[in-house]
Design a protein around this ligand. Sequence first.
Ligand code: F6P
Length: 320
Amino acid sequence: MKRIGVLTSGGDSPGMNAAIRAVVRGALYHDMEVFGIERGYEGLIAGEIYEMDRRSVSDIIQRGGTILKTARSEAFMQDEGFAMALNMIDSFQIEGLIIIGGNGSLTGALRLAEAGVKVIGLPGTIDNDLPFTDFTIGFDTAVNTVLGAVGNIRDTSHSHERTTIIEVMGRECGDIAIYAGLTGGAEIILIPEQEVDMQAVCRRLIEGKNSGKRSSIIIKAEGVNISSEDLEHTIRERTGLDTKMVILGYIQRGGSPTARDRMIASLLGYEAVKLLSEGIGNKAVGIHDGSVVSFDLAEAMRMENTTILELGTLAEILSK
Ligand code: F6P
């Protein structure tokens, strides 16, 4: 394979740039030409495709976001847009494509693979909702960002003797909430994978108060089936505790990637290039027990997500 392309798609995540760097420099090491495709599938359809060299990826390993830009493409889901994307791949004689993104983006990658394009999918999302990898690129940074926020909120929560609900991202996955909740010492963690038991939540807050706790932190994943406003209202009504909620939002998606995210991004980016250089496509590349693993893309996208519920239980035991 002599010419490959790389794009980032969907919500950006810290470490995408480190992955792009690994792809570009890895490709050049393997004597391949590498093209950056801007704005994900939108840019692919529009032909926003530029050759990259070593210097195109200088000074980006430490930067959040993605230098290639990203988008969620409606057009790519339609037959006409998809056909345009295939035409562009053909026109630019791109023989292999590396797609860095989350669930929706890799589902798009699978469609390209089924149309005969040699595609490698890399897990780039803060959500950690891709079952073929223990960790997605960006998850660790997002958890650390949440942790910083929890620390700050804990200070004011303590001073005002308050219960604070902190809503975190993650779509239908509770991993950000569980990891940040356990490591941030949250009293209660609410995730979409478990039904919210309002009686238990209120009882626990009151038991905490009776045992001498003056403030509590609740980490709630955005996918939980009750809004943070309603939760705040219900807790205040049922317990009489001073309760406030805060939605952390996009601060979770930015920032300089942690060492762990840069490491995963570098390993996976290089592996993707290596596979393409051997003529192998249609793979999803991830990390399992510290080693790089790859799966058939269709098989990877069929895998079921498993939540580490024991971590939630442990968080509860340790924060009593
Ligand atoms: O998938 C990453 C993510 O940040 C989710 O956690 C969140 O639900 C979503 O993207 C927000 O997307 P948008 O950028 O379209 O608002």
